[in-house]
Design a protein around this ligand. Structure first.
Ligand SMILES: CC[C@@H](C(=O)O)C(=O)SCCNC(=O)CCNC(=O)[C@H](O)C(C)(C)COP(=O)(O)OP(=O)(O)OC[C@H]1O[C@@H](n2cnc3c(N)ncnc32)[C@H](O)[C@@H]1OP(=O)(O)O
Ligand SMILES: [Co+2]
Length: 140
């Protein structure tokens, strides 16, 4: 079921400060400008890596799912890992059959790459919040 690591999500109180930090310390460059995803309650900017991406996420709106995380980690921190899957609904159903909890309604939402995503509860993954993302069609 599991495919390539697509990105590591990093929550931050300031995308601009984090972009500067990745550039100054690691020489890493951002992939495009920050953009808002109101349906996900986050503002986003990607940092390119040779083999993956860092997804910087900043809270957007009062209902952002990362408010709680930033309240506990005010300077930000590693928030989730995202693995690609070929078929998100098949992955969801297989995980549920194994007893895993899919967060929210269980209906996939459209993520930052324009493909459906779901999240697995961290208690089922050893304390790691896992995002599953359907592989973009052009990557097949
Ligand atoms: C950019 C768009 C998209 C993409 O395309 O890539 C994204 O990545 S959006 C990223 C933001 N969206 C989400 O994270 C959606 C899924 N998350 C959630 O539904 C919630 O954040 C959560 C995981 C259910 C936590 O909600 P919260 O309100 O913070 O609840 P608690 O504080 O009560 O936490 C419950 C429990 O879970 C532990 N926890 C919380 N966050 C994390 C985390 N990031 N990593 C690991 N563990 C986490 C928290 O410590 C609690 O544990 P216990 O105390 O043991 O119960
Ligand atoms: Co993500």
């Amino acid at each position: 079921m599991i495919g390539r690591l697509n990105h590591i999500g990093v929550a931050t109180p300031s995308i601009e400060d984090s972009v500067r930090m990745y550039a100054d310390l690691l020489g890493a460059t951002q992939a495009g400008q920050p953009f808002e995803l109101p349906a996900q309650g986050v503002r986003v900017c990607f940092i390119d890596l040779p083999n993956s991406q860092i997804e910087l996420i900043e809270p957007l709106g009062d209902d952002s799912p990362i408010h709680g995380f930033l309240a506990k980690n005010p300077r930000g921190g590693q928030h989730h890992v995202c693995f690609e899957v070929a078929d998100i609904l098949a992955a969801r159903d297989a995980l549920r059959a194994k007893g895993a909890t899919i967060l929210g309604t269980g209906e996939p939402r459209i993520g930052a790459h324009g493909t459906p995503i779901l999240f697995l509860h961290p208690r089922d993954m050893g304390g790691v919040l896992v995002e599953l993302m359907e592989t973009p069609k052009e990557a097949h």
